[in-house]
Design a protein around this ligand. Structure first.
Ligand SMILES: [Zn+2]
Length: 42
């Protein structure tokens, strides 16, 4: 069962910025679906 959970997370698609479409890398607190640069322009 443990391996199934790991597989599940590995199969999750990378988070993508909804504004520019850039792949979002690990963020500690990600409330929005936008990347850092798009957050800055707000
Ligand atoms: Zn962006």
């Amino acid at each position: 069962m443990m391996t199934n959970i790991v597989q599940f997370f590995r199969n999750l698609p990378a988070k993508v910025c909804t504004t520019c479409g850039h792949e979002i890398e690990e963020q500690h607190e990600c409330y929005s679906n936008t990347c850092d640069s798009c957050n800055m322009t707000k």
